[in-house]
Design a binder for this molecule. Structure first.
Ligand SMILES: [Zn+2]
Length: 134
């Protein structure tokens, strides 16, 4: 865990501030490989990406009723909006680029680099679509 003193540039298009917990004191955790993969997605799509949610502290995760095993708690997940394309299109690209957890929501796409898969159907990634749920 680091306290952010400067808005350090992590890659060509992403800065550390974008990953910081939305509520807290500048806490952030970023797992190895997340930024690199996100940068690859940014270049693959060639469109600006907004990180809606990156790291979540345990307190914040509880407050928003996040899953107790949320990958956001481990710094392995981001919820993103990609300018000009649908959450589903972003999800498709993320699968191509090797993200392991992919969730489609009405207004954003959840992506993570989980280390073990939940599904037992032989897919190389976990996938869920929340658009039909409320
Ligand atoms: Zn998420």
């Amino acid at each position: 865990m680091y306290k952010v003193l400067n808005n350090i540039k992590l890659s060509k298009n992403f800065r550390i501030e974008e990953f910081i917990c939305k509520e807290g004191k500048g806490e952030v955790l970023i797992a190895d490989g997340l930024v690199e993969r996100l940068q690859r997605l940014r270049e693959y799509l060639d469109k600006p990406i907004t990180i809606v949610s990156g790291y979540r502290s345990p307190e914040y995760n509880k407050k928003i009723n996040g899953s107790p095993k949320s990958q956001h708690l481990e710094g392995r997940a981001v919820d993103i909006k990609v300018h000009g394309i649908s959450p589903e299109e972003a999800a498709r690209a993320a699968i191509e680029l090797g993200f392991k957890g992919i969730g489609i929501y009405h207004t954003f796409t959840h992506l993570d680099i989980r280390q073990s898969l939940v599904n037992k159907v032989g897919r190389q990634y976990d996938y869920w679509d929340m658009r039909s749920k409320r």
